[in-house]
Design a protein around this ligand. Structure first.
Ligand SMILES: NC(=O)c1ccc[n+]([C@@H]2O[C@H](COP(=O)([O-])OP(=O)(O)OC[C@H]3O[C@@H](n4cnc5c(N)ncnc54)[C@H](OP(=O)(O)O)[C@@H]3O)[C@@H](O)[C@H]2O)c1
Length: 272
């Protein structure tokens, strides 16, 4: 429960699993009006079946890489609740493949979802968030601060997302709108199972012990604390904080550290 969220209109993209699902659950349980989307509507309905009849929950199909879908998603919310207080650009996907072997359609797809999805949804929601003096948040990653090997498309999309949000934050500085990006460290979710390989098919298994990672619920709670405090950015997990800090001071040293870390992952495509 988070009393700050009560009666607010909270919009979350990509909420049928992981961090988005946890963000939606917390907002709903806190008395917010919650609108969520994903590409697969039947999965979204199944995941929220307990509360799907509630007047405070709106489940919609939208592919955030499609500008028209994003516009229709926001229009439907405004028609129902007449405004938006908080937009969380969460929908995202990952990849694992060497750039040398990568079909560039994978890199384009990651940019379309992670970067353009944020741009399209934010553009459609901005007039309403300016009215409410609310918050625009983006779920970035440590990969948005430090380029990660075998994740060229993922890191590119998250650097682009952060650049976009930092520019927009500065443009909106005197409007009362807060723009924030949150960068989780490794968090338990479905993201690594559906991460794309070199030819664009899902890798289908995670190389990490998901049960040892930060939970999506903890991650979502930290994101709402940041939104409530109108923070600029949040970096999560001690490993994530250390990576961002060391990379600022010793980027060359971190090239080796990061390579060695990812080379040790089961099934890593990295080789010395
Ligand atoms: N988990 C981590 O370790 C981690 C770390 C740092 C940052 N993040 C970021 O956190 C965010 C959420 O990731 P997660 O880990 O919770 O992943 P997840 O469990 O795979 O959930 C991703 C959600 O996004 C939706 N989605 C994917 N593509 C979409 C599209 N084109 N349009 C609309 N919805 C779409 C998926 O549903 P459909 O497939 O039905 O569309 C799903 O609901 C992402 O932006 C990710 O980059 C995650």
């Amino acid at each position: 429960m988070n009393s700050y969220l009560k009666d607010k209109v909270v919009v979350i993209t990509g909420a049928s699993s992981g961090i988005g699902k946890a963000l939606a659950d917390i907002a709903f349980e806190s008395g917010a009006k919650v609108a969520v989307c994903a590409r697969n509507l039947s999965k979204l309905m199944e995941v929220f079946s307990k509360n799907s009849a509630s007047e405070n929950l709106l489940l919609l199909q939208a592919d955030v890489s499609n500008e028209a879908d994003c516009g229709k998603f926001i229009d439907a919310i405004v028609q129902k609740w007449n405004g938006i207080d908080i937009l969380i650009n969460n929908a995202g996907m990952s990849m694992r493949a060497l750039f040398d072997e990568l079909d560039l359609k994978v890199l384009k797809e990651l940019m379309d979802v992670n970067f353009w999805g944020t741009v399209y949804t934010t553009k459609a929601a901005l007039p309403y968030i300016k009215k409410s003096k609310g918050t625009i948040a983006g779920i970035s990653s440590i990969a948005g601060y430090r380029g990660l090997p075998a994740r060229t498309g993922y890191s590119s999309s998250k650097f682009a997302m952060q650049g976009f949000l930092e520019s927009l934050r500065t443009e909106l500085l005197h409007t009362g709108v807060n723009v924030m990006w949150a960068s989780p460290g490794f968090t338990a979710s479905n993201i690594r199972n559906v991460a794309l390989g070199a030819n664009g098919t899902a890798q289908k298994e995670t190389p990490l012990a998901e049960d040892k990672l930060m939970s999506a619920e903890t991650c979502a709670g930290i994101i709402y604390q940041g939104i409530e405090k109108r923070k600029r950015s949040i970096v999560m997990t001690s490993q994530g904080k250390m990576t961002v800090f060391l990379n600022k001071l010793f980027p060359g040293f971190m090239d080796n550290m990061v390579f060695n870390h990812f080379a040790k992952e089961p099934g890593s495509p990295l080789k010395k």
